[in-house]
Design a binder for this molecule. Sequence first.
Ligand code: GDP
Ligand code: MG
Length: 213
Amino acid sequence: MDSFWHYQFRIIMLGDSTVGKTSLLKRYTEGVFIDFINQTVGVDFYVQFVEVEPGVRVKLQFWDTAGQERFRSVTQSYYRNSAGGLLVFDLANRTSFEHVKNWHEEVMERVKPHKIIFILVGHKSDLVEEREVSVEEAEKLASTLGLKYIETSAKNNNNVENAFAVLTMSIYESITKGEITLREGWDGVKCSLTQMTESRSKAQKAPEQTCPC
Ligand code: GDP
Ligand code: MG
């Protein structure tokens, strides 16, 4: 029952190396913060289950690059098979903020004609003295790109859960509104019809109206 889900969303982490992508995931899925994280090679996976409305359980499957972003060698399928992502910059690193536009452009280009739902995350908000990007300019950029903006700290556990919740709800709402459609051979969103039927007979409350598959 633990691994039961109605939907699965695949979510990617984007942004320059060292902005704190892995730390955000570790804080969210494992509740820890590690000062010096070792970079593994390849792609790491993280999983978290959330309820988007009573009785609707979503499995979030996160893909985390392990250093490839440094060389801009993230593969096409990494972008293509995802429903959404956190576009992260470091509030204490102006260059990482300036690269946000490039990341956004690159992804949009690669997933065409489909869309992917992002939120913009200004990370390491605990570094108050070192801050190099103001809330105003980050919000301005976010609105130019049509994204929501959230500031987080994995170190202080500030707003981390909220950032993931906002993204998850945006994806879920896009599905219920029909803006995201499930496509054959696409792994961004999966809907588990058989598991739903099973749950209906057990729990007597299936979210029939919200399931597009
Ligand atoms: P990634 O390359 O984007 O995955 O970044 P990492 O998660 O590996 O983090 C890079 C460095 O930033 C590590 O030394 C982390 O400990 C540090 N870091 C991550 N999140 C925070 C945070 O919220 N506050 C502070 N002060 N440091 C952080
Ligand atoms: Mg990392």
